[in-house]
Design a binder for this molecule. Sequence first.
Ligand SMILES: C[S@@+](CC[C@H](N)C(=O)[O-])C[C@H]1O[C@@H](n2cnc3c(N)ncnc32)[C@H](O)[C@@H]1O
Length: 245
Amino acid sequence: MRLLFRSRSKPQPSHSIRDYQRVVRKKLKAMPQERSLALAQAIGAETMENFVAQGDGQVAVLRHYGLSHGMAIYDLGCGCGRTAQALQRSGWQGDYTGADVVPELLQELQRQCPTYQAIINYKPTIVAPDSSLDMTFNWSVFTHLYPTESYLYIEDSFRALKPGGKLVFSFLELAEPAHDRIWNACVDRVRRGERAEQLDCFLHRDWIARFAKDAGFLPPVFTSGLDDSNHPEFWQALAMLEKPA
Ligand SMILES: C[S@@+](CC[C@H](N)C(=O)[O-])C[C@H]1O[C@@H](n2cnc3c(N)ncnc32)[C@H](O)[C@@H]1O
């Protein structure tokens, strides 16, 4: 019997990279005449109206946590630019970088927002010099990664943020009854022995607090996302981690 070993110098693409590339390409094949809608659906917006409203909501969350003109911001797992297009619509002026693992999504962002920077990055890193960013954020991205992968992104966000800079992200949590629908769907799928198109991962606030502490952040600020007093209702829970000034 021969044992085959994978070369250590050639890491395999992460599950989420393979899965997301497959989801996007399948959608584009099914809807070749409606490219923008196909890409919006691939990242979870059913209609273009939802895509626009959700993007506006994401920008409202960023404003709530201190987004202002002139900032350098980094959109991890930016997709086809739901937030980028909303930022552009809102008239925000600043230095935007979006990073993702699917070239077709980044091409759409670049087409819609030609003055923004869109980069491909397959490593669990933030592509920015040390202490250079005012804000990093990611929506519905840690929901598709293993906790270890999310931790690496949190750790590297700390490196890339300026003192006083903020990391804002959304997550799924079992403590929130509004997320039961997704949990129950995951359980049912596993019970039926079906393969998911992509991983859905829940995080616990205690784990996020531990990740924040290990990376060097101040204790996180959490909300369920559902309180619509500062921004429209968000469909996932929200965490804000601040780098000490
Ligand atoms: C649900 S979509 C959300 C897109 C965007 N954040 C938004 O709200 O419009 C998840 C995004 O994460 C990206 N993604 C998947 N795996 C990733 C990884 N390992 N690192 C960074 N982004 C990843 C996907 O390509 C996709 O664009």
